[in-house]
Design a protein around this ligand. Sequence first.
Ligand SMILES: [Mg+2]
Length: 379
Amino acid sequence: MKITKVETFVLSNKLKENFFFSQWAYSERRICIVKITTDEGICGWGEGYGPADVIKSGINLVKPILIGENPLENETLWFKMYRKTLDFARRGVLVAAISAVDVALWDLKGKILKQPVSVLMGGQHRKRVVPYATGLYFSDGDNLVSKLVAEAKTYVEQGFKAIKMKVGLSISKDIILVKSVREAIGNDVNLMIDANHAYSLREATKLSRALEPFNIDWFEEPVSPEFYKHYKELRSKTTIPIAGGECEYLRYGFQTLLENNSVDILQVDICGAGGLSEAKRISTLANTKGVEIIPHVWGTGIAFHAALHFIANLEPIPGRLYAPEMYIEYDRTENDIRETLTAPSIKMKNGYIDIPQLPGLGIEVDEKVIRQFSTEILI
Ligand SMILES: [Mg+2]
């Protein structure tokens, strides 16, 4: 069996309502997905996390490595793609391009061997995971507190057991927002905060200490991802667990994060950091330090399902008779592409999402939806 086609699609959708976080505003969703097809007509789908048009170029760069090769040899192909690109980009969007291809190859492998990806990765340590709602972004207007409170209550009504909100406007505004959301959702729902590296160590320390009374499960990306030692120092100054890693790439980047004892929770993005193959290696590294992994998840059902399989395969840290439940990040902000591209749709039942048991990632991609959102005219 041989790979005969590697196709990339950039999908774009203008948002009805802009939203923003500490770094920039979103006015559209723009996502690069890849389809890899064999001479027997079987195909696998992948997705890259990051600037879609650059990822598309990156996939086109590595495409000649893939054509004519055996799709079951996905790790060999991963290595060839990595060696081909490392002189120019040992981190960043070229790694995201490799990630997209890697996820597609795992999907393809599962479909060829008629097994779920998580089983092929070694097995499922769990059959279901707990989604946490990612939302509560900032928007313009003077009623931000009431908008966020209403949104948070919606997540509670939908059955979410945990919610993550944005911070990073300013210390004083963040305190008001977090206090309001905590009061609105009560103490039975877990609450996490994410600054997207808006703060200096001094500011992050001040904010963490002020937010300690509100029972925060983790403070995500408090400071800039370059400052590994600032993460470590912050951990010693607050009781709130510190999370990070969504801007990190490959085992080498994560090793730096781990060697510096920077985080309590490591947030690898499978579609950015090197795909499922590399995420599994990163999980082994994290395991040697006893550090928990809760992946960063963004994008379509392809990225979400890749994360479901990865989490299913993660060894519990620590192991015990009644293993702790695992989270999956579930973005709830506006995204028509995410809602329509893949089937079956993502369903939460009693606060859980089941690990897919179908071959590959366990999804079908609707090519009508690709034509609808594609930035190019497709026949
Ligand atoms: Mg984040």
